[in-house]
Design a protein around this ligand. Structure first.
Ligand SMILES: [Zn+2]
Length: 475
């Protein structure tokens, strides 16, 4: 297991040679051994004491990823891709294949495992996790671009009128919504947030803010959309007056808007409290921002993983549809302008060279774990057509054929690539050249983008004819 990376990536075993079963713990210890930059605190067992562990992770400045986090996200992702696969909507069942492929391969970097073939679907746990982490970094960095200073980090020479504090804010729409009304509720919630920040009392105190929306399922037919947000406000603001204003405005406007939509809901519990950060420092700001932008579930926590697995197919189909084209995170005021600046600086300092991500690990459907790429064999590790297999048998699914074809082709391409890698790795290129026609033919027939017209001679045949005619002419 401790072979260096280079050896791993070239030592592909053929199906018949594959006798070694890699267990989860092997995978983890392999990661541990190869990763000297991670220190031990990332590897304490998660489920013993979640609160204690959370503290350890969030206070770490390096933002390293627990090596098994990606695994949990991948397992959660299967829940979502198999749910979307059941949607009769073409856009959704097609997206389910992309989501299923997202993170199938992973690269080992100094920051932990990085998922490859990203799907960028809002509901995808892997993509949501990456997005949240990126935004957290940007928001923490942007503090240096704001003309105010966090009160617990400012030096004594900072003028009083340049000090700011951070407030955590949690909002929802009062009571759980039926899945049918989810989109309306989200719209109302986002709209009132924008209006709230424009009210005179908030405007007067506010330096910048952000909101991040999460949606959790409360029972079979209900969901709870809610906002975690942050307000950076001037340090001399009267907090209880501001808190009262926000509470009253949120409840009143929410009641009115829900009534307009003929939705009955109690709005008493829609505003929790305006809670100052424990300390007004970048470290505490990072902790809250990370919590707020993590997405609807924190896959580091066993209880969140469990509740994610208890969600229903209809929930994911609805959430995927309801959040389409919607801003689930929004930045305001100085945070917005400063983050734009951070992004601009990042793109300006970009030297044009992209990180080269190797396929160091591959997801094994059958082992439910990431295994070294060299040990990955599509014949035994892929479930072939997992989405089709997840479709219910008790009703007709007209898109079964379409879905199966796309899934099968994906699997076929992976098989072919593994075979190609194997042939290359034996070092005997004549073997490879014997197969190259076959490869080209297969790639053409399996790549749906190229498409194949069977009434026309294919490209490879035309080329070979050309060469035959050319050589006597050129003599
Ligand atoms: Zn994804």
């Amino acid at each position: 297991m401790n072979k260096p990376k280079k050896t791993l990536s070239t030592s592909i075993t053929l199906p018949s040679d594959q006798t070694e079963i890699i267990t989860n713990s092997d995978n983890l210890s392999d990661l541990l051994d190869n990763h000297s930059t991670w220190n031990n605190q990332h590897f304490c067992l998660l489920d013993n004491n979640p609160t204690e562990n959370r503290k350890q992770f969030v206070n770490n400045e390096n933002e390293s990823v627990r090596p098994d986090l990606l695994k949990y996200q991948k397992i959660a992702q299967i829940k979502i891709s198999t749910s979307l696969a059941q949607s009769p909507k073409r856009s959704q069942y097609q997206a389910s294949i992309l989501t299923d492929n997202c993170g199938r391969f992973a690269s080992k970097t100094e920051h932990g495992l990085v998922a490859l073939n990203r799907c960028n679907r809002r509901t995808c746990p892997i993509c949501a996790g990456i997005k949240g982490k990126r935004l957290t970094n940007e928001i923490v960095k942007c503090i240096d671009q704001i003309e105010y200073f966090l009160i617990d980090e400012a030096d004594e020479n900072t003028p009083q009128n340049k000090l700011m504090i951070g407030l955590k804010i949690n909002l929802n729409t009062g009571s759980a919504t039926t899945l049918d009304d989810l989109k309306t509720r989200l719209r109302i919630m986002h709209d009132i947030w924008a209006r709230l920040l424009r009210t005179a009392k908030v405007k007067e105190a506010l330096i910048g803010g952000f909101r991040s929306t999460e949606i959790t399922q409360t029972d079979k037919d209900h969901a709870n959309p809610h906002i975690h947000g942050l307000l950076l406000i001037k340090a001399d603001t009267d907090l209880s007056a501001l808190s009262n204003h926000i509470r009253n405005y949120w409840r009143k406007t929410l009641s009115r808007e829900l009534k307009k939509q003929k939705i009955k809901a109690d709005t008493i519990a829609s505003f929790g409290s305006l809670e100052p950060l424990y300390r007004h420092t970048k470290a505490d700001l990072r902790e809250w921002t990370r919590y707020a932008t993590k997405g609807s579930f924190d896959y580091n926590k066993a209880e969140h993983r469990k509740s994610q697995l208890n969600t229903t197919v209809r929930f994911w189909i609805t959430v995927d549809e309801a959040t389409k084209g919607m801003r689930l995170t929004a930045l305001n005021g100085s945070i917005k302008t400063a983050v734009a600046l951070v992004r601009k600086q990042a793109s300006e300092s970009f030297d044009g060279s992209y990180n080269i991500y190797n396929q160091d690990f591959a997801w094994s459907d059958t082992k439910s774990a990431y295994i070294p790429f060299g040990k990955y064999d599509p014949d035994t590790d892929d479930k072939k057509a997992p989405l089709c297999q997840s479709l219910p048998y008790d009703r007709v699914t007209p898109h079964l054929g379409q879905l199966f074809k796309a899934e099968y082709e994906n699997h076929h391409i992976r098989r072919l690539k593994a075979l190609g890698d194997h042939l290359l790795s034996i070092g005997n290129y004549s073997v490879y050249s014997q197969f190259d026609d076959l490869f080209i033919h297969n790639i053409k027939t399996t790549n749906t983008k190229i498409g194949l017209d069977y009434t026309e001679p294919s490209e490879i045949e035309r080329d070979s004819i050309k060469i035959k005619h050319k050589s006597p002419d050129s003599k």
